[in-house]
Write a protein of this length. Structure first.
Length: 395
């Protein structure tokens, strides 16, 4: 078959309508169909998930209804490259699925490999205290992937990479944005969560819920944060996933003022320290900070004061730089509650210096709130640093 039997002899060049561009090709069922490279099966699947008749599918492809029927019954076939590429384009499929080698598809595969490396390196940069650099690297990748998805190419590997890139971007933005803009970070992680719902992968869904829940907490939406993090904890498939979600759930429960959930979650996290691998975010030092902040938030400042007097635990692994800033501020707040203004000022000043270097406006805002009534010089220094960061962001 060398020529397409277009209806009325015309070559319709318009791309598929937006209503036909869905996530269905990313589902596990679709992947099984696509793996066969059987055009008949692919056409039948396409019609089924879209609820289309053969006539409607014919209209999209520019064929007669009878030709669609013949293709599905395998009475006719398409072998020429141009025709197969047209079918792939109109069904929003990568050409290789239909056996067509396409330079654009080859470029796409290279982009996927590059994109995976970009996301990994961005995560390393963020956890090393360079969140702004992570944002710079992730913006163009997310834009390119979203453009491809919007163009109708919703292959599963594209969507999975886009989900990870959106999560990483949202989390990095959650580090570098001031409090009044933290909802932007939560929106990016929410976009990823909406996407992964179509992929039906428990581990990825748990990761998206966990990261989105933490950004919701930072944006002040504590009830929603607890909801997402509880769901993440039920979906996580292994010990490492649970170790990642429990500290964040404890944080959100404390911020919500739910002492019972906070205590229960933190106990489990502390117990898990004995068996799970320690990471830059799951370790005794991080859990110590979470406990201090949660005790204060749930109305138990005296307990927090007693535990601060006992000192912080010994680090068992490298702690993410931003967590060091967070700990300094939290312990400083507890020192303030204990009436030790001098020690609090020293802790806040150290946190201000580190937050300025790492460009962490949200943490500077925490310092300003904690010190403005009793430590005006400390508050003014943090306010000045925050102003400098705002100016740089606006440039």
């Amino acid at each position: 078959m060398s020529e397409l039997p277009y209806r009325n002899g015309s070559d319709p060049s318009a791309r598929p309508l937006a209503r036909h561009v869905t996530w269905h090709w990313a589902t596990p069922q679709a992947q099984a169909v696509l793996a066969t490279r059987d055009l008949a099966a692919i056409l039948r699947f396409h019609r089924r998930v879209h609820g289309q008749s053969q006539a409607e599918a014919a209209a999209i492809l520019g064929y007669d209804k009878t030709y669609i029927s013949a293709l599905e019954l395998q009475k006719r076939t398409i072998t020429d490259v141009g025709s197969l590429r047209n079918v792939a384009d109109r069904l929003a499929l990568p050409p290789h699925v239909l056996g067509v080698t396409d330079p654009a598809d080859t470029d796409h595969r290279a982009m996927l490999q590059f994109g995976q490396s970009t996301v990994r390196l961005a995560e390393i940069a963020r956890q090393s205290g360079h969140a702004s650099e992570a944002v710079t690297e992730l913006w163009p990748l997310v834009a390119r992937l979203e453009a491809r998805a919007a163009d109708g190419h919703t292959e599963r590997d594209v969507l999975r990479l886009l989900a990870h890139a959106r999560l990483s971007l949202g989390t990095a933005l959650g580090n570098v944005l001031p409090e009044e803009h933290l909802s932007t970070a939560a929106r990016w992680t929410a976009k990823s969560l909406d996407l992964v719902s179509h992929l039906a992968e428990a581990a990825l869904t748990s990761t998206a819920l966990r990261m989105h829940g933490n950004e919701l907490r930072k944006a002040g939406l504590h009830g929603a944060a607890v909801d997402r993090l509880l769901r993440a904890s039920t979906l996580t498939p292994n010990q490492a996933g649970r170790a990642a979600v429990l500290p964040l759930l404890a944080r959100a429960a404390g911020a919500l003022g739910n002492a019972e959930l906070f205590d229960r979650t933190l106990r489990e996290a502390q117990h898990l320290l004995q068996d799970a691998e320690h990471t830059s975010l799951f370790n005794p030092v991080a859990l110590y900070e979470i406990r201090m902040r949660g005790l204060v938030a749930t109305g138990r400042p005296r307990t927090a004061i007693r535990e601060v007097e006992c000192g912080a635990p010994t680090a068992t692994t490298t702690v993410a730089p931003q967590w060091r800033v967070i700990e300094l501020i939290t312990v400083g707040r507890v020192r303030m509650l204990a009436g030790d203004a001098r020690a609090a000022a020293d802790l806040f000043d150290a946190a201000t210096r580190e937050a300025t270097v790492q460009r962490l406006p949200h943490q500077l805002q925490r310092i300003i709130r904690a010190s403005k009534d009793t430590l005006p010089e400390t508050s003014d220094a943090a306010l000045l640093a925050l102003g400098q960061i705002r100016t740089e962001m606006a440039a």
